[in-house]
Ligand binder design. Structure first.
Ligand SMILES: [Zn+2]
Length: 364
């Protein structure tokens, strides 16, 4: 098993709904420590690993969010069934039915599944209208509110999807939970592992950020402290568009077709949040990719979501920022499919960016 794959397996086995990233941070911290000169955690819960470069050299921030989309307990009824909301991330409620979930409590994890009224008893109208999230619940096998509460379940507990890593018949493809953005976290670890023992001009900061899925809230605090000369965001911001029902012209992104270099994006919820990737930085990365024979894809998106780059770029006097991404199918769903080769390509290109970052010229 490759080191990159091992990082993914370890990171996927940790759970970290937005705002509750402790377990993922623990893995990041443990894995960063032998690779860098210092590891710190800030007040937002971001973990920051610093690999020192030459004195007076430039600072490059690599950032991947640690949090994942999930659910929150909103109510426990007197029979012990759990109601929930989507307060921690942008999720399609239509795909929630019958999923394996874990409720995270102060007393430990509580497994369960998402249920609804049995098909046997649904009217024709109910069958045609689909199931509203208000008619779903989580069944943890409790017989009363008291029993559920005795297991630690109460309002506000985070809920995550559950799945192991599965390799498909095509051995390059994996399917698992939370690849948005454990893929990016794994890339940062693998980049720093490959750079271990190499003296660089630039100081490299590997950041695992918090609360990206609820509005990129953690990353700006890390950027403020680091004051980087540029930032590269490693993420999985968009699903591959190479699946039935999507016209290629609407999402010309293919899983496994190369590193996604974003040109433009903005959030569907607030168009004020978004990133126009710094063209000088993006061109610098593209030139390195061409030199190394690494394939890239470009993305110009409007209203379909953004990344930590949206807030990092506005830190202090401004940070030139770009996104290098993996295109996983079914992003923001309970299971995501992605290509290991594409993650390797993002890793390879990021190593090249780190090694030659001293040659990057900010616009004058
Ligand atoms: Zn993401």
């Amino acid at each position: 098993m490759s080191e990159l794959r091992r990082y993914i397996e370890d990171l996927v086995e940790a759970y970290g709904v937005s705002g509750f990233e402790d377990d993922v941070r623990a893995v990041m911290k443990r894995e960063l420590e032998p690779l860098v000169d210092e590891v710190t955690v800030d007040g937002m819960g971001n973990v920051i690993g610093r690999k020192d470069g030459a004195p007076g050299g430039p600072k490059l921030m690599l950032c991947a969010h640690m949090d994942e989309v999930g659910l929150l307990v909103s109510y426990v009824d007197d029979k012990g069934f759990i109601r929930f909301n989507t307060g921690v991330g942008w999720i399609d409620p239509r795909i929630l039915l019958a999923l394996d979930v874990i409720i995270h409590t102060r007393k430990g994890p509580v497994p369960g599944m998402i249920g609804t009224k049995a098909v046997h008893l649904c009217s024709k109208e109910e069958m045609e209208s689909g199931v509203d999230i208000r008619n779903m619940f989580i069944d943890i096998g409790a017989t009363s509110r008291e029993e559920a509460e005795s297991w630690g379940v109460r309002i506000g507990c985070p809920i995550s999807f559950d799945a192991k890593v599965k390799t498909l018949k095509n051995p390059d493809l994996i399917v698992t939970r939370a690849l948005d953005n454990r893929a990016g976290c794994a890339v940062i670890l693998e980049v720093l592992r490959r750079l271990k023992g190499t003296k660089l001009e630039a100081t490299i900061y590997g950041v695992g950020s918090t609360q990206e899925e609820v509005g990129m809230r953690g990353a700006p605090a890390a950027a403020f402290a680091i004051e980087p000369d540029a930032a590269v965001i490693l993420d999985m911001p968009f699903p591959g568009g190479d699946t039935p029902g999507i016209e290629e012209r609407d999402l010309p992104l293919k899983m496994g077709a190369g590193v996604l270099l974003e040109v433009c994006d903005h959030s569907g919820r607030t168009p004020a949040y978004g990133l126009i990737a710094n063209p000088h930085l993006r061109n610098f990365i593209e030139d390195l990719a061409i030199e190394a024979g690494i394939k890239v894809q470009f993305g110009s998106f409007a209203g379909t979501g953004t990344t930590d780059g949206a807030t990092i770029q506005m830190s202090r006097s401004g940070v030139p920022s770009a996104v290098m991404a993996v295109s996983g199918r079914y992003d923001h769903g309970p299971l995501v499919m992605a290509s290991m080769t594409e993650m390797e390509q993002v890793t390879d290109l990021t190593v090249r960016v780190a090694k030659s970052f001293q040659n990057f010229k900010r616009p004058e």
